[in-house]
Design a binder for this molecule. Sequence first.
Ligand SMILES: Nc1nc2c(c(=O)[nH]1)N[C@H]1C(S)=C(S)[C@@H](COP(=O)(O)O)O[C@H]1N2
Ligand SMILES: [Mo]
Length: 507
Amino acid sequence: MTAARGLVIGVLSAGVTLGVAHLVAALVDPAADPVLAVGSVAVDLAPQPVKAFAIRTFGTNDKIALLVGVYTLLALSAVLLGAATLRRRRYGLAGLAAFAAVGVAAALSRPTATLVDVLPVLAGAGIGTAAMLVVARAAGTVPVPGSDRPRLLNRRQFLATAAGAAVTAGATATIGQAVGRRSAAGARSRAAVRIPPPARPAPPLPGGVAVGVDGVSAFLTPNRDFYRVDTALTVPQVDVETWRLTLAGAVERPRTWTFDDLLARDLVERDITLNCVSNEVGGPYIGTARWTGVPLAPLLREAGIRAGQNQLVSRSVEGMTIGTPLEAILDGRDALLAVAMNGEPLPLEHGFPVRMLVPGLYGYVGACKWLTSMRVTTFDGFDPYWVQRGWAAEAPVKTASRIDTPKPFAQRRVGPVMIAGVAWAQRRGITAVEVQIDDGPWRQARLADGPSPDLWRQWTYRWDATSGSHTVRVRATDATGATQTDERAAPFPDGATGWHSTTVTIT
Ligand SMILES: Nc1nc2c(c(=O)[nH]1)N[C@H]1C(S)=C(S)[C@@H](COP(=O)(O)O)O[C@H]1N2
Ligand SMILES: [Mo]
C-alpha cells in the first residue's frame, strides 16, 4: 500500500516535470530538454574507455542506449522520492529541487546555452512540485481498526488526482513532441535549398572501381547508409536564412558569409572517402560520397592568414570544436566546405547546411558538421573538444584494409571462394593488397581501379578453399611503399592499427 502510493506519487510527479519541461523546451530550444541536457553532459564528461565501449557496443545506437540509461535512473529515483514524500513532504521537495539543480546546471553547461535554457527545467520542476503535493495530499490514509494496513482516506479523490497528473504528463510530452517536429526548422530549410550545378564536376568514375562481388561495400555509400558519429543527442536544426559562417582569428580581413554567398562561388564536386578515428580494425565507420562544396583554401587566402599560425578551429552550431592543421587545408588537396552529399543538400545528420571535409584526415580533425565559425590560430593557442579529452591534435588517416566478404564465421563449399573488401590510405593511395590464408604465404589480391588517392580501393582474391576452418587475413600497402603494421593498437588516441582477419568454415 505504502509502496504503491509512493510509486504513484514519484512516477507521476517525475512524469509531469519531464512532460512540461519537454513542452517548454520544444518552444524555446529543443536541446534544453533536461533529459537531453543531462545526457549531453554525460557524453562530454564520460571517460575515454566508457565512450569507446559505448561506440563499440551500441554503435550508431549509442545515443539511444544513453537515453534509456538516463530514463531508467530517473524512474528509479522517482520511486524512491515518492516513498520519501509520503514520509515527509520536505524530502520530496528537497529531492525535486536537487534534480532541478542538476537540470539547470546541465542546461547552462552546454557551450551554446543562453539563460532561456533554464526555463524548461524551472517550469517542469514548478508544475511537477505542484503535482507531487496534490497527489501526495490525496494519498492520505486512515488506520483500519484491527489491521496494520491503513486505507485511503478518499480513494476516489486519489484516483482522480493521479489520473489528472498522468494526463498532464502524457499530454505535455505528446504536444511537446508534436511542436518539436513542426518546428523542425532544418528539415524545412533543407527542403527549400537548391544547390547549383558544380563549376567543376567530379571526374567520371572508371567502371572498374567496383569489383562487383556480393557483400562488398558499395563504392559510393548511399546517404542513408553512411555512418554517423557525433556527440549531438538531437540533430541540430539550422535555417539557412539566418545561418552565417564567420572566419576570424589571426586573419587580416575577417569575413562573414551567408549560405547564398557560398553558393555564389564556384562549386567543385569530388569523390572523397571519410572515416572515423574510433573505427576498430574491420569496423564500419567509413564511407565514400560524392561531395559538392566550396574550396576552402581560397577563402582562407582571401582573408589573409597572419604569420605563425598553424591551426584552423571550426565550431559547429551546437558548440563542437574541431582543429585542423592549416597546412593540410592549404597544400593543394580538395579541402571543402561541403554543401551537398551524393547530389542532395547535406542530410541533417551529416551537417546541414555546411560541413568541412579535408581528405586524408579523420573526421574529428577535419570534418566539422553544422559548421558556423572558423578561427585561425595555433595548436598551442587552443585545444579543441577531442584534444581536451586526450585524442591526438593531428591525426592523418592510417593505411588500413578490411575484408567485407566472407563475413566472420561464414560457411562455404570446397572450391573457389571470392574474398573481397576495401583498403584505404587517403592522400597516399593504395598500391597493393595481400591476402594470407592461415599461416600460408601472402598473396597479391587483384586491385580494382583507384582513380584518386583520396578514395578507398576495392580488391578481390580468388581462393581455392580446402575443407576445414581457416583464418583469412588482409594487409595493404600505400604509395609510400609502407605496408600496414600488424601491431594491434586501439583507436585511442590517433586511430587503430592491425590486420583485419576473419574465420571461415569450408565443408
Ligand atoms: N559538429 C560536429 N561535427 C562532427 C562531429 C561531432 O561530434 N559534432 N564528429 C566528427 C567525427 S568524430 C566524425 S568521424 C565525422 C563523422 O561524420 P558523419 O557523421 O557525417 O559520418 O564528423 C565529425 N564532425
Ligand atoms: Mo570520428
